[in-house]
Design a protein around this ligand. Structure first.
Ligand code: NDP
Ligand code: 8X3
Length: 259
């Protein structure tokens, strides 16, 4: 089987300063890729970049970017140095949840942040990157969806809706790219212990830790492994969706907390 070699390929990861995005940068690094990393926290990105170089990345270029800022996305991606412009793999990962409240009492600011990041930011980045892939006749878009996009849970309607939107956008993009060699994959995990829940609860670490209490969650590395696997399938194989959970989770509503 002729797997897809990644040596020298440009892999663009949004939300690379932490969690799944950072783990994905480190998983791709030993393949000898050129890593283009984006997030808002520049210092964290520099730390990931240094580790990635140590682990075999051919080169790293980091860009400070808020994916909610449409003109910044267009400018930063439109003005990449020529040696970084031909993106081969986009890992459209930047995202977040905010709050866990009933829909009828939830914070509208929280809703807007989730929708602006997980839906509009996802679209802005895809819109800026995909035309180049089509023109070059190669590319792969890997979107971070979620099990939350498959089955809504109480007090999470807006986050779940944003991930259901990501799923539909991904499926639509795959349809719109039919007839080109560009591949489209959705990675849909259950609970992964990253900074996700600390961000969700606005910095409340104790409440965040309770999300994973008594169960073994997935790690960022588990998700990075699935992303790397999808990206290295032979060129004619398109992995449409990978849905994965810890063995302690059946779906968003059923979690075994035995430990
Ligand atoms: P983390 O909070 O650990 O990482 C989120 C990353 O997204 C950070 O690098 C953060 O960087 C970046 N980010 C957030 N907002 C923006 C923004 N406006 N512009 C640019 N970058 C941004 O969470 P995860 O790694 O867990 O989450 C990554 C993705 O995986 C998300 O899309 C999430 O919805 C999805 N996911 C997570 C699961 C989980 O249980 N953890 C399960 C299923 C899916 P910075 O703050 O520096 O900008
Ligand atoms: C993140 C997983 O179940 O916390 O998408 O929403 S969950």
């Amino acid at each position: 089987m002729k797997t897809m070699g990644l040596k020298g390929k440009i892999v663009f990861i949004t939300g690379a300063s932490a969690g799944i995005g950072a783990a994905t940068a480190l998983a791709f690094a030993p393949e000898g890729v050129r890593l283009l990393l984006a997030a808002r926290r520049a210092q964290k990105l520099e730390e990931v970049a240094a580790s990635a170089l140590k682990q075999g990345a051919a080169a790293v270029h980091s860009v400070g970017l808020d994916v909610r800022d449409r003109s910044a996305v267009q400018r930063v991606l439109g003005e990449l140095p020529p040696e970084w412009a031909d993106i081969d793999v986009l890992v459209n990962n930047a995202g977040l949840s905010r709050g866990m409240e009933k829909l009828y009492t939830g914070s509208i600011e929280d809703w807007e942040e989730m929708i602006d990041t997980n839906v509009k930011g996802l679209l802005y980045v895809a819109r800026a990157v995909v035309p180049g892939m089509v023109a070059r006749g190669r590319g792969h878009i890997i979107t971070l969806g979620s099990m939350a996009g498959e089955l809504v849970y109480p007090n999470g309607a807006v986050y779940c809706a944003s991930k259901a939107a990501a799923r539909t956008i991904n499926d639509g993009l795959r349809e719109d790219l039919l007839g080109t060699p560009v591949r489209v994959t959705s990675i849909d995990p259950g609970l992964v212990e990253t900074e996700f829940s600390v961000v969700r609860f606005h910095g409340d670490k104790e409440r965040a830790a309770n999300v994973y209490k008594g169960m073994v969650p997935l790690t960022g590395e588990d998700i990075a492994d699935a992303i790397l696997w999808a990206a290295t399938r032979p060129a004619h194989v398109n992995i449409a969706r990978i849905s994965l959970t810890s063995v302690n989770q059946a779906n968003t509503l059923l979690i075994h907390r035995g430990a």
